[in-house]
Design a protein around this ligand. Sequence first.
Ligand code: GLU
Length: 386
Amino acid sequence: MKLAARVNQVSTSLTLAISAKAKAMKAEGIDVCSFSAGEPDFPTPKHICEAAKTALDEGKTRYGAAVGELKLRQAIANKLKTDNNLNYQAENIIVTNGGKFSLFNLMQALIEPGDEVIIPAPYWLSYPEMVKLASGTPVIVNTLAENDYKITPEQLEQAITPNSKLFVFNSPSNPTGTVYSPDEVRALAKIIVERDILVVSDEIYEKILYDDAQHLSIGSINDEILARTIVSSGFAKSHSMTGWRVGYAAAPLELLQAMAKIQSHSTSNVCTFAQYGAIAALESSQECVQEMVQAFAQRRIYMYEAINAIPKLSCPKPYGAFYLFVDISQTGKKSLDFCNELLESKQVAAIPGIAFGMDDCVRFSYATDLNTIKEGLKRLTEFVEQ
Ligand code: GLU
């Protein structure tokens, strides 16, 4: 069979592949400690499940508008105003199959051959692949651990060419847990406006912050940047709704309408009753989010200290999300070998940094319970010592 050339240009998602492998090993009865998926281990809060069940009972099982239920779009617009000081109307919102499809859809709506998309590395592994699937060119800008893996305004400026169309900005970051300070966000926004490019701000981890870290939504800075911003987010991480596949994008109207067109020929609407769960997630108390963040905070400190105590391993302190991006260069191994051997010999699953554009690192997710973390780190220490 001759497959389309575009398939060969992209790799399989390693986050999904390794997480699936770890789950399959567990199902076989193997005692795996999984630090692989960025998937909160908590059940979806009850009131959200109840709202979806009620929607089912009420017969909300039909096709809906491809862009999403109006009530949810309105609730998202309200949330963006209240939480993020972003001025969007319901008509600027599209409900998508997870945050992931909002990004995929955006690339399809915006990017064409010759267009460059600037992506700081380490990056979430699907960004460059989505750009390639849209026939665009990912322009990777390497950042430094010494600079907490943040792209500097100078680096952004230098990466911009006449072909640059979009900058992918992700704070808090997957895979590093880095959070840009409000001043750093403002400095990047200034360049985006001056050089007249667009920015997609992936804010899926905005609620998962530690210590005094603050999240500033780049589009809230002024009208010039808002006109050049697309916000991507969803409910998976904040409300432990990974399998629900409810995400969204907010964008200027013309772009939103283009994305709606693509959605009408691809996924159509997100599962109708799942959208009612998302409405409940937004309209109820956010205490459940804070409870999860408190649990992550405890795990974060434990893991951060334990990993830095292992000879030959080190990582910067994360201020958001639930990942540690660990430098393994002193072990003399590259990330794929490190992760394969760790899984084979110690049944500990983690994601090789090469997937995120840095082969000297490995990503450990701490969206898993403290007992698994303790046992997994014991095995990791033995592995590195051997
Ligand atoms: N975003 C999560 C992660 O990085 C889930 C898997 C994926 O979609 O990549 O682990």
